[in-house]
Design a protein around this ligand. Sequence first.
Ligand code: FPP
Length: 280
Amino acid sequence: MSDFMKDAVRGLKKFFQPRPQYITRSVGCEGGERSLALTGTALPEKMPRHVAIIMDGNGRWATRRGLPRSAGHAAGTEALRDIIRATDDWGIEALTIYAFSTENWSRGKDEVQALMGLLLKYFNSEIDELDEKNVRITILGDVQGMPSPQKEALIRAMERTGKNTGLRLNIALNYGGRAELVRAAKSLATQVAEGKIRPEDITEERFGQELYTAGQPDVDLLIRTSGEMRLSNFLPWQTAYAEMVFDSTLWPDFTRQNYLEDIRIYASRDRRFGGVKTGK
Ligand code: FPP
């Protein structure tokens, strides 16, 4: 087959390959979002200030290729690099990614080790670029409970970028949403017991200040890849009014194009925050 024919066949295959599906009815939408998502290439006018992503599907991506699960996590780390760059390029204020939950320790020893290794590698290879781009890194979760080399790298990254004023990059590691709420409640209870605040001083705003995301806007858009439709103990407080997009793409295949389509779905939604649309 000539090179021209090979290119043509490749192009046709790409054109006809199944597109990711968005299963949105189950989260209370009216459908038709997919076609909306595919129109135009510019950024939508209504951009989210804070995006949170559950990067799911690494294991399935690897298994489908006959590879160990760790290969899926390595490919997922590559996908993540460009998603962070895109978030920064598009001027989004905050990005929170779910990298490792408190439950993930129960995975096989090899997989946990591979993830810990990738984490170290990621921080060593990316920190210069992130710092140069004025990105501020915050770790959400129990850093003290991480193995020593990772703990040190995470603390170093937070200290080094702590004064940066650009994209807020929050990495949830050894994170559990309920544990975050309990931690906040304990801190407030201690302040009351010490007479620093009164129980009536505890407002939603004050409570939010005790969370890892203190000072940041609530999550506007939560994306979970791989078609699963669960929150998995991720940011229960911060996502109270978030729009959710469940994207069937497996995380290692998730590109900035998929990301932009999900943002367009977000932009097409009518957010009412419990109220009614003006004029209705
Ligand atoms: C979920 O997919 C993914 C994870 C538990 C890990 C996510 C981590 C990365 C993308 C890379 C490491 C992060 C950094 C910051 C370097 P899964 O393994 O549960 O997939 P499955 O549901 O298909 O099994």
